[in-house]
Design a protein around this ligand. Structure first.
Ligand SMILES: *Cc1c(COP(=O)(O)O)cnc(C)c1O
Length: 470
């Protein structure tokens, strides 16, 4: 018998393994299917390694360890929480906005009991799920009426399909936006059945460009917020008030796809360049659409606010049923919107706004606490590891405020024993995963997006990652 055959003959049978005490214990704690899958998976891997000429450890203990790891992996959720140390607040890949406490509480209270989701309590008849959110949206945006769908992409699709199917939509060449995740204005336009009529040039579009393009087939004048880019230099675009004015004069509906649904005036906090929904509605545009989980800081959703006669048409479109918002989202959105009745409260309680507007001193303190927790002692290098705290810049993310450089503090880690890419990988693949920023061969931990409750856990993960070096 050669070495390979000898090793293959050591692979236990599934039945043998099932009789072991450890496995019997697992069978009591986990579903039988999970234990069997883990056993077969582990044995398959051992067999493949042997056939590839390797000599894996074949003791019962070593095999049971692998099976145990496999059971654990099969039993943990694939979608799970992580620590965002990138400093990108509305990180599209990392779940965008965190919900406020109030939003989470409302999700819980609506989800384990029956609710009046589509029931009118005043007359005991069938009601509409959209009715619950109209009043608060009217109050906060100043619009006549509003509806909410699955996300802002759906809001734009629904609006174009309802207002302009088979007709022309006039839009500036400077505003043909692409957002991450393949939302592109020309593609959404095509999917909606509307015909895109581009006007102006990449850098300059004038009022007369819109006026000249209007014809009997024009159904909508569309403005799109250039969320994630800016055209600078020799440029001109037409203010939304002017577009609204031509629309009103010619009897053509107007729309502004706002992207990030900012509901407060950020310029009061020193952040310029992000229009807020109330001002845009006041400018006279018929409808605006925006996301629920960008600067608004709520759940994924797409708000369309504006003239009642248009919102009523949207509600009647059969597509609305396919794009409708779920009750948990409604619960979270209503609670988030309620926070905006008191701007101070909104800024304190909505995590997205809180992180965006957090005083630099607080961020610095958190960075210092993280650094201190990593070392377990005061700021002073532990052997071979360079831990530093310094000023850097965070980003808003989510296609918002592309030019805003938000001063922040980061903890930086560098060590002779490990490359920065190895540190990044260890942190990303552990539990909980930690997603870092890499700059100049150092791993940076931006204290802005690290939650206070995560400081201890993060420091623990970093310490154990650094212990793994060599
Ligand atoms: C983000 C964005 C969208 C898409 O919104 P989602 O809520 O992600 O679907 C559409 N238009 C603009 C201008 C955006 O910035």
């Amino acid at each position: 018998m050669n070495e390979r055959q000898r090793l293959l003959s050591q692979i236990p049978s599934v039945d043998e393994l099932l009789k072991l005490k450890t496995v019997e214990g697992w069978l009591k704690a986990y579903p039988r299917g999970v234990v069997l899958t883990a056993i077969r998976h582990t044995l398959d891997i051992k067999r493949a390694l042997i056939l590839a000429g390797e000599t894996p450890e074949m003791t019962t203990g070593a095999i049971l360890d692998k099976i145990g790891e496999s059971i654990k992996r099969l039993s943990t959720y694939r979608l799970r929480p992580l620590i965002n140390a990138t400093g990108i607040i509305i990180h599209t890949n990392l779940g965008r906005s965190l919900l406020s406490k109030r939003a989470i509480e409302n999700i819980c209270s609506i989800s384990n009991r029956y609710s009046n989701l589509e029931y009118d309590l005043s007359n005991g008849k069938r009601g509409k799920r959209y009715s619950h959110i109209k009043e608060i949206l009217r109050e906060i945006t100043g619009a006549e009426d509003a509806i909410v769908v699955n996300n802002n992409a759906a809001a734009v699709l629904l609006s174009l399909n309802t207002i302009a199917k088979g007709k022309e939509v006039i839009v500036s060449r400077g505003e043909l936006v692409e957002i991450g995740g393949s939302f592109r204005i020309p593609d959404v336009m095509a999917s909606s059945g509307a015909v895109m009529r581009e006007v102006g040039t990449t850098n300059k579009t004038h009022l007369r460009d819109y006026e000249d393009a209007v014809n009997e087939n024009t159904a909508l004048l569309l403005k799109v917020h250039t969320s994630n880019y800016r055209i600078i230099g020799f440029t001109a675009d037409v203010p939304v008030a002017d577009i609204a004015a031509i629309g009103a004069e010619r009897g053509i509906p107007t729309m502004f796809d706002l992207g990030s649904g900012c509901l407060i005036d950020l310029s009061r906090y020193g952040i310029d360049g992000e229009p807020n929904a109330r001002d845009i509605i006041k400018a006279g545009v018929d409808i605006v659409s925006f996301s629920g989980d960008k600067l608004l800081g709520g759940p994924q959703g797409g708000v369309i606010a504006g003239k009642k006669h248009i919102i009523e048409r949207l509600e009647k479109n059969p597509l609305t049923r396919a794009l409708r918002i779920d009750k948990l989202t409604l619960a979270a959105l209503e609670a988030t919107l309620m926070e905006y009745r008191d701007e101070q409260k909104a800024v304190e309680n909505i995590p997205t706004l809180k992180m965006l507007l957090q005083p630099i001193k607080e961020i610095k303190n958190r960075a210092l606490r993280i650094a201190k927790a990593i070392k377990g002692i005061a700021i002073k290098d532990i052997e071979g590891i360079d831990v530093d705290v310094f000023q850097e810049y965070s980003q808003a993310g989510g296609g918002s405020l592309p030019e805003a450089a938000l001063p922040t503090y980061v903890v930086s880690i560098r060590t002779a024993g490990l490359t920065v890419n190895t540190i990044e990988e260890i942190l990303r693949t552990g539990e909980p995963p930690v997603i870092v920023r890499i700059k100049d061969d150092a791993a940076l931990f931006d204290a802005r997006t690290i939650q206070d409750a995560e400081v201890g856990e993060l420091a623990g993960r970093i310490r154990s990652a650094l212990r793994d070096r060599d």
